[in-house]
Design a protein around this ligand. Sequence first.
Ligand code: UD1
Ligand code: MG
Length: 466
Amino acid sequence: MNARPAPTSPTAAIVLAAGEGTRMKSSLPKVLHAIGGRPMIGHVLETLGAERMAPIIVVVGPGMDDLAASVAPHRAVVQRQRKGTAHAVVQAKSALKGFKGDILIVYGDTPFITGATLQKMRAVRRKNNHAVVVLGFRPNDPGAYGRLIIGANGLERIVEAKDASAEEREVRLCNSGIILADAGALWRLLADVKADNAKREYYLTDIVGLARKAGLTCGVVDGESEELLGVNSRAELAIAEDILQKRLRQNAMAGGATLIDPSTVYFSADTKIGRDVVIGPFTVFGPGVSVEDNVHIKGFCHFEGAHISAGAIVGPYARLRPGAQIGSDAHIGNFVEVKNAVVEKGAKVNHLSYVGDARVGAKANVGAGTITANYDGFGKHLTDIGAGASIGSNTVLVAPVKIGEGAMTGAGAVVRKDVPDDALAVNSSRQENRDGFAAKYRKMKQGVKSKPALKSAAKKKTKKKK
Ligand code: UD1
Ligand code: MG
């Protein structure tokens, strides 16, 4: 008997992603379509990384340079012609030259495979010293999936639906496509795979029958259908998104956040939410958002690339764009947009403002309708608002500009020059009051209103002239 491999036996992974994904009807390779704000293949790579699989080789199709670049630091190899799953795996052979251990083969379009399931596969392979372990599942509709044929001595072979007999097609246990094999056995078996089947392709699934012929054993792990969902169309992409959103909402709640109406809140796979965070309805967390404890998000908000510190109150209807850093106990109110700006501890930007490329100092108050005019048509410039400053309503801060600590700006000010600490900046013209004007004006207008409509009056005028 062969000695069992050490429990720490290293595992490499090959991710198959050369498929064109024609059913997506897209110019983007299928596996780059996002689920929870992260490309499909990113979910797979994250799981493999967390399971310490290395090296990871991604098999891409010709012309998929963006995909190859996006999987860095992992290596991509190109399958020039699509000749089947076995042929795809062979493309990774030279990249894995000299690797001894186990090799896991997964698909880039099966994003929800979990670490726990992969661990089960490793355990079954180790325990029984199987040459190959296949992850099976029982889909509601076995359709075109390969069928796992089990005999007296376990898994005997995999038959593709197109090549299966009517009896074999009755088998409900299907091939998920995820396979774990001993590296040495895998390369030996792959060398014997032939394209003598309905599709004239080199099937990876043939290695099971070949292993049995060589006197090796193969095993099966039963997987969950939901975890093995493959994404081939936009409709399946939406199903995958739905599954992930449900999980992310559950995770947020399990972590101590209140979601007032969970089904209306959308997270990204990398969203970080603290404890005692309350999230109102209809809020979207784009990629790169983190929220500390005790934050209240009042709903109808849109965030991406933003950090919200403890105790802050945000929304309703707030938009935080990349680089927005909201300090602890700060307030960001309705119809406020913050981009690449630090709003420091206890500062308030409560109504209808744009704060871009700026610092709002601690406890400063930014009045309603304030705009940082950060872009001059060519470059972006910074606005620096000192701690405790008070910016009057409808101030335009023409960047680059610095408002000193404790300084004020008058309502409607257009601030083009720096304002010293504790100074007041005003530049509106002096106000003039005309006594009784409003009353006279009203009377005049009401008089016009009682006369015939202007159009017919104009007509009469021209007639008179004739
Ligand atoms: C494959 C399995 C089938 C299994 C099913 C699960 C084989 C022969 N069949 O069938 O048993 O039930 O997956 O979804 O393996 N790919 C390449 N290069 C190729 C061919 C495929 O990279 O030349 C990639 C595809 O991008 C895809 C994966 O391999 O990610 C599976 O290929 P696909 O054509 O979808 O195989 P199925 O016919 O679905
Ligand atoms: Mg398929």
